[in-house]
Design a protein around this ligand. Structure first.
Ligand code: S3P
Length: 172
C-alpha cells in the first residue's frame, strides 16, 4: 500500500502523530530526521553547523528517495522537506499520500518556544513566523489537510488522520 507522509511545520507533532498512526495501521514508522542522523552519525544541529544546510537538504532528499523504494510506511518528514518541488514530486509520483498537520500558529509557537536544541531553523518568533508563512502554500499542496482543532493529543490527531485515510482507497 501507498506510503503515508506527514508534512507540516516544525512543532506540529508529525513524529508523535506518525508513531501512533503507524501503530494503528500496523505499518513501519520512519522519522526522516532520525534516519538522517543515524546514517550520518551526527545530530541535525551538527549537520547544519559542520556541513551546512545544503548538505542536510541533500541527505533529506536521499533519505526520502529510500522511503519511496518501500511500501506500507508512515513517514514523518522534517518541516522543510515538503517545500522542495522534487521531494513533493517524489512522494506523489511514488503513489504516496501526503498529510498536512495544520494546527494554528499559536500552538506551534508555544511548542517551539518550549525549546528543542536540535532545531537549527528555530531562531526566534519573527524568523519562525516568516518561514511558516513562506512555507504554507507548499504544505497546502498536500493530499489531505488535518486540523487538530484545539486538541493536540497525538492519539486524537492520529484518529483524525486514520479517518481521513479511510477515504483514500490505496492508503488504507
Ligand atoms: C527543519 C525541520 C526539522 C529538521 C531540520 C530542518 C525545517 O524537522 O528537519 O531541523 O527546515 O523546518 P521538524 O519539523 O521535525 O522539527
Amino acid at each position: 500500500m501507498a506510503n503515508i507522509y506527514l508534512v507540516g511545520f516544525m512543532g506540529v507533532g508529525k513524529t508523535a502523530t506518525g508513531r501512533v498512526v503507524a501503530g494503528r495501521l500496523d505499518r513501519s514508522f520512519v522519522d526522516l530526521d532520525e534516519a538522517i542522523e543515524e546514517r550520518m552519525g551526527l545530530s541535525i544541529r551538527e549537520i547544519f553547523e559542520i556541513q551546512g544546510e545544503g548538505a542536510f537538504r541533500e541527505a533529506e532528499s536521499a533519505e526520502l528517495d529510500r522511503t519511496a523504494l518501500c511500501a506500507d510506511l508512515v513517514v514523518a518528514t522534517g518541516g522543510g522537506a515538503f517545500s522542495s518541488p522534487s521531494n513533493r514530486g517524489l512522494m506523489h509520483r511514488s503513489g504516496g499520500v501526503s498529510i498536512f498537520i495544520d494546527p494554528p500558529w499559536d500552538v506551534i509557537f508555544d511548542r517551539l518556544r518550549a525549546g528543542d536544541a536540535n532545531r537549527p531553523k528555530w531562531i526566534d518568533e519573527h524568523h519562525a513566523r516568516e518561514l511558516y508563512l513562506a512555507r504554507l502554500p507548499d504544505y497546502r499542496r498536500a493530499s489531505i489537510r488535518i486540523d487538530p482543532d484545539g486538541c493536540e493529543d497525538p492519539d486524537v490527531v492520529a484518529e483524525k488522520v486514520c479517518r481521513a485515510l479511510a477515504e483514500v482507497p490505496c492508503a488504507s
